[in-house]
Design a protein. Structure first.
Length: 275
């Protein structure tokens, strides 16, 4: 039987800064169509993990494969071609302040190496995806004219405008109030379910993972709805917990809540109390 298509694979990956392992022998495999929620406290290594997955950071130990191709040691040009199939929302959105919202969202279509789009198709795509994140009237605005939540929505649009197979979201809800955070999460879910993208989301909020695991976008009604928590769904969304660079948990939402690992149990309990 052929192995399921592996979209992303870490094999004993370590990243060492100043003698400290900020990723410590991390191994996991992400299958096509999966949602992966990466939880952990500040400084646990979540952003380093995503950057390593994109080849922006080279691991000191171990190997990384993207779309079944080992990227460790790959030449820049080959790496760009692979990276072009991945959408990324960087922490704090990382929009270009001097570009309009339209230009920000068009940026990957026009400038990302390995992305090829007919120039006549750029504006319609940008307009459509901005409408999708409920920002249809902001094309001529600049990032500093938008609220934090709106900027996050622009970042979601930019991460998805190339229609990538795989999308990474780094802390999309950080620093937002709970209502805005839930709005952002519903847009992430909508993007995922409209195009069945494999999605990796980093968060310090357990709640974000629960939303990814238990809600889906219904294209018929155009609404986000609760999807009953079934066994099948369990395999669809997987959770990981990073503690000081070590992967201390990998499994379903139910397994997360039942984890005997003291750090994981404490993390879950604290989140429940603050919710
Ligand atoms: N370029 C760097 N140089 C040195 N240390 C770094 C660098 N980037 C990240 N670190 C350290 O690696 C650890 C993990 O960082 P990061 O992945 O950003 O954490 P988070 O889980 O909050 O995203 C932190 O201790 C951070 O200080
Ligand atoms: Mg981070």
């Amino acid at each position: 039987m052929p192995a399921p298509e592996s979209i992303l694979r870490f094999d004993g990956v370590s990243v060492i800064y100043d003698g400290v392992r900020v990723l410590d022998h991390v191994s996991f495999t992400l299958a096509a169509g999966e949602t992966r929620v990466i939880l952990g406290a500040a400084g646990a290594g979540k952003t380093v993990l995503l950057k390593t997955a994109l080849g922006l950071i080279s691991p000191d130990e171990g190997r990384v494969s993207l779309f079944n191709q080992e990227i460790t040691g790959l030449r820049e040009r080959q790496l760009f071609a692979i990276r072009a199939q991945v959408g990324m929302l960087f922490q704090e959105s990382a929009l270009f302040d001097s570009l309009t919202i339209e230009e920000n969202v068009a940026y990957p279509l026009e400038n990302q190496i390995g992305v090829r789009v007919d120039p006549a198709e750029v504006l319609p795509r940008v307009e459509a995806i901005l409408k999708d994140v409920e920002l249809g009237h902001t094309l001529d605005k600049f990032p500093n004219e938008l609220s934090g939540g709106m900027r996050r929505r622009v970042g979601i649009a930019r991460a998805n405008v190339t229609y990538p197979k795989l999308v990474f979201y780094d802390s999309p809800t950080a620093g937002l109030d709970p209502i805005t955070a839930n709005n952002i999460m519903s847009l992430v879910i909508k993007q995922r379910d409209q195009r069945n993208t494999t999605t990796v989301i980093v968060s310090h909020r357990l709640q974000d993972g629960a939303l990814m695991a238990n809600y889906r976008f219904n294209s018929q009604s155009g609404k986000i709805e609760r999807q009953r928590h079934t066994g099948a769904l369990d395999t669809h969304t997987k959770f990981m917990v990073l503690q000081k660079g070590r992967l201390v948990f990998e499994g379903s939402e139910d397994e997360l809540h039942a984890s005997p690992d003291p750090y994981v149990a404490k993390f879950v309990l604290e989140q429940a109390q603050s919710a």
